[in-house]
Design a protein around this ligand. Structure first.
Ligand SMILES: Nc1nc2c(ncn2[C@@H]2O[C@H](COP(=O)(O)OP(=O)(O)OP(=O)(O)O)[C@@H](O)[C@H]2O)c(=O)[nH]1
Ligand SMILES: [Mg+2]
Length: 226
């Protein structure tokens, strides 16, 4: 199910099938090399960038990474045309076949390692490896093809991994209020929904800050109720 110009989002039509998970323990880490030094090593956190095919995951990691991002792009071919739906991103020529990797220093004491997942169903088997040790995730969505992110939302809910739902506002796509997106995806009230431009570094940074804050708040709440 997708949002189109003629069919504005109706919560009932777009509702994601129900399915809830438990909260898991989140993982924080500090690189150990600076022990004993005046300035401690920065806290290093792992975040995933997930979402449907062609929603802008590789673009997002590349926009914000301070190192040359690692990419694993392969050309889209004629053979893949029946399964690789490029409607809305007709200019797309490549697809991620393993992962994206990038790094950003949010503050001098906080470094994020970003792992972009492959978007196509046939690479799902990689997700469990990529998700290991992740503090949180970005689920990137395109409102023209909202259903494509259902699986990613389900994945993180089931594993109790905190995530922010980031709507990548493609040029020419209709804009919807955050609450309409939240309703359509049946997200818990606490899950942040952020509108973004995956090509814009500052916009992506806001998304990442949202994930970190949400994951820390979720972890703190979990500890209080434990
Ligand atoms: N107009 C616009 N185009 C975008 C935006 N984000 C990505 N694109 C374009 O959309 C296409 C898809 O972007 P990718 O970053 O490869 O998407 P992906 O989610 O990594 O794709 P897969 O790894 O194949 O699932 C590319 O042609 C991008 O240039 C955006 O915010 N606005
Ligand atoms: Mg990609």
């Amino acid at each position: 199910m997708v949002f189109t110009e003629r069919s504005p989002p109706r919560a009932t039509a777009l509702r994601r099938p129900a399915g809830r998970g438990r909260r898991a323990t989140t993982v924080f880490g500090r690189a150990g090399h600076g022990r004993g030094r005046a300035t401690p090593d920065p806290l290093a956190l792992k975040l995933l960038v997930a979402g449907g095919f062609g929603v802008g995951k590789t673009t997002l990691v590349g926009a914000v990474s301070e190192i040359r991002p690692l990419r694993t792009e392969e050309l889209l071919t004629e053979a893949g045309r029946p399964v690789d739906d490029t409607s809305g991103v007709e200019a797309k020529r490549t697809t991620t076949v393993a992962m994206d990797f990038g790094r950003i220093t949010l503050r001098e004491d906080l470094v994020l390692y970003l792992f972009g997942t492959p978007g196509q169903d046939r690479f799902w088997f990689l997700w469990d490896e990529l998700a290991r040790g992740a503090l949180g995730a970005v689920v990137l969505a395109d409102t023209r093809r909202l259903a494509d992110c259902f699986a990613a939302v389900d994945y993180f809910e089931r594993r109790g991994i905190a995530f922010t739902l980031a709507v990548n506002c493609f040029d020419g796509a209709d804009r919807y209020p955050e609450d309409a997106v939240r309703d359509a995806l049946d997200l818990d009230a606490g899950v942040p929904v952020v509108l973004c431009d995956a090509r814009d570094r500052e916009s992506v940074k806001r998304v990442l800050v949202s994930v970190v804050e949400h994951a820390i708040a979720t972890g703190a709440a979990g500890r209080r109720t434990a």
